[in-house]
Design a protein around this ligand. Structure first.
Ligand code: GTP
Ligand code: MG
Length: 185
């Protein structure tokens, strides 16, 4: 959605945040939007929403409507409804739990089968977040090269090691996704 006059433009983008249970979606969003973090785990029920306003440049404002979808929803029947009109997504996994990485391709397939952009029905851009990188990585040993290849093979625009706890790379990942979306506009 675009509004504005000759010299100022506001964009509103619906962004999905998905990934398995407890991988840090809510924590990433809370860090990104409010700059807070808690070790206390309160599982999301259904979906939550947050708005992040980015002053992109003096002539551009980007509003991200973040859809924080419960990991549990992968087994539900609501994702098609939640995904409607999204223009980008982040998929999270927890670097300490390999099973959450195995679920990444399932989330990606779910998104690609239920939401597309434009008359050409192109897949929406998706960025991959390897979260909790402040912790050890016993359950998940992949090199940066292997991750690059994984992204290329599976249609991710890129990947970032993130930590909601230590506020690492979350903003960078979001900016990367927005840049991609702006270019498609
Ligand atoms: P669901 O809503 O159940 O799908 O989970 P979620 O993906 O929203 O996970 P949530 O953000 O609730 O985080 C789960 C747990 O992991 C919480 O105890 C968080 O404090 C913790 N956590 C999240 N991100 C990080 C991180 O970057 N580092 C560490 N050490 N812990 C994290
Ligand atoms: Mg949550």
């Amino acid at each position: 959605t675009t509004a504005g006059d000759d010299d100022y433009t506001e964009y509103l983008y619906k962004i999905l945040v998905v990934g398995d249970i407890g991988t840090g979606k809510t924590s990433i969003i809370k860090r990104f939007v409010h700059n807070i973090f808690s070790m206390h785990y309160k599982s999301t029920i259904g979906v939550d929403f947050a708005l992040k306003v980015i002053n992109w440049d003096p002539k551009t404002e980007v509003r991200l409507q973040l859809w924080d979808i419960a990991g549990q929803e992968r087994f539900g029947s609501m994702t098609r409804v939640y995904y409607k009109e999204a223009v980008g997504a982040m998929i999270t996994f927890d670097v300490t739990r390999a099973s959450t990485f195995e679920a990444v391709s399932k989330w990606k397939a779910d998104i690609d089968s239920k939401v597309t952009i434009g008359p050409e029905e192109k897949p929406i851009p998706v960025v991959l977040l390897a979260n909790k990188c402040d912790l050890g990585k016993e359950g998940f040993i992949k090199t940066a090269n292997e991750m690059d290849k994984y992204c290329k093979d599976n249609g991710f625009i890129g990947w970032f090691e993130t930590s909601a706890k230590e506020n690492l790379n979350i903003e960078k990942a979001a900016r990367f996704l927005v840049e991609h979306i702006l270019k498609m506009d």
